[in-house]
Design a protein. Structure first.
Length: 217
C-alpha cells in the first residue's frame, strides 16, 4: 500500500529509495530493525561525490522541489558563480585597459567595450564545466564529448551574449541610468543588468539544448 500510494511521486535518482518513501508519505510509521554489516571483503564502496550530491539534492527536492526544481536551483547556483566570473573578467579587462572599438555606427553600438565579451567568455567556460559536473552530472559529456558539448554550449549561449552586450550598450551609451546612480558604477551596473537578462534566456537554451541529446540516450 505504501508503495502504490507514492510510486508515481518517487524520484528514482540515486541510492536513497527508502528516503523517498518516508519523505513522500507523511503518515508512514517508522520502525528500526537492527542489522550489523560485515566487513567488506571484495570490491569497493559505491559512496562517491556524486552519490553524496544526489542525496543532498534529494533532501532539497523533498522539501522544496514542489516550488523550485532541484535542477533549476543547481543551475541558478552555477549561474551565480558565472556572474562573479563575468564581472571579475569585466573588471580585469577594465583594469588592463582593454581597448574600445569605435564602429562608426553611432548610438548604442559605438564604442564597443571589449572588457564585456572578455568577461562573458570566461563565464561561459566556467558555467559549462560546473553545469556538466553538477547540474547534469548523470548526463555529463565525457572525454572528447566535452569538445562537442562546449561548442554546443557556446552556440546556445550566443543569444544570451548578444542580449547582455546589447542591454549593457543600450543602457550605458544612451545614459538611461545617468543621474540615478554614481557615474563611477554606471557601466558596471549596466553590465550587471545585461547579465541578469541574459541569464534567464540562457537557462532555457542551455538546459533544453546542450544536454538534450544526452538526456535522450
Amino acid at each position: 500500500d505504501l508503495f502504490l500510494s507514492s510510486a508515481d511521486r518517487i524520484n528514482p535518482l540515486g541510492f536513497k529509495i527508502l528516503l523517498e518513501f518516508i519523505g513522500r508519505n507523511a503518515k508512514a510509521r517508522i520502525k528500526e530493525v537492527p542489522y550489523t554489516f560485515r566487513l567488506r571483503e571484495h570490491g569497493e564502496t559505491k559512496l562517491s561525490g556524486s552519490v553524496i550530491k544526489n542525496y543532498l539534492v534529494a533532501l532539497y527536492d523533498l522539501k522544496f522541489g514542489k516550488y523550485v526544481s532541484a535542477r533549476f536551483m543547481l543551475y541558478s547556483l552555477v549561474g551565480s558563480t558565472g556572474v562573479l566570473v563575468n564581472m571579475g573578467g569585466f573588471f580585469l579587462g577594465e583594469y588592463l585597459d582593454f581597448p574600445q572599438i569605435h564602429t562608426g555606427l553611432g548610438g548604442s553600438l559605438d564604442p564597443l567595450y571589449i572588457s564585456v565579451p572578455f568577461g562573458i567568455q570566461l563565464s561561459i567556460f566556467s558555467n559549462y564545466i560546473l553545469n556538466n559536473y553538477l547540474t547534469f552530472y548523470e548526463h555529463r559529456h565525457r572525454g572528447w564529448q566535452n569538445v562537442r558539448g562546449l561548442v554546443l554550449f557556446e552556440f546556445v549561449s550566443m543569444l544570451g551574449v548578444l542580449i547582455q552586450w546589447g542591454v549593457m550598450q543600450f543602457l550605458f551609451n544612451n545614459g538611461l541610468m545617468a543621474g540615478l546612480i554614481s557615474e563611477s558604477i554606471r557601466k558596471p551596473a549596466a553590465n550587471m543588468i545585461g547579465i541578469i537578462v541574459a541569464l534567464v534566456s540562457n537557462y532555457y537554451l542551455n538546459v533544453n539544448f546542450t544536454w538534450q541529446s544526452k538526456r535522450k540516450t
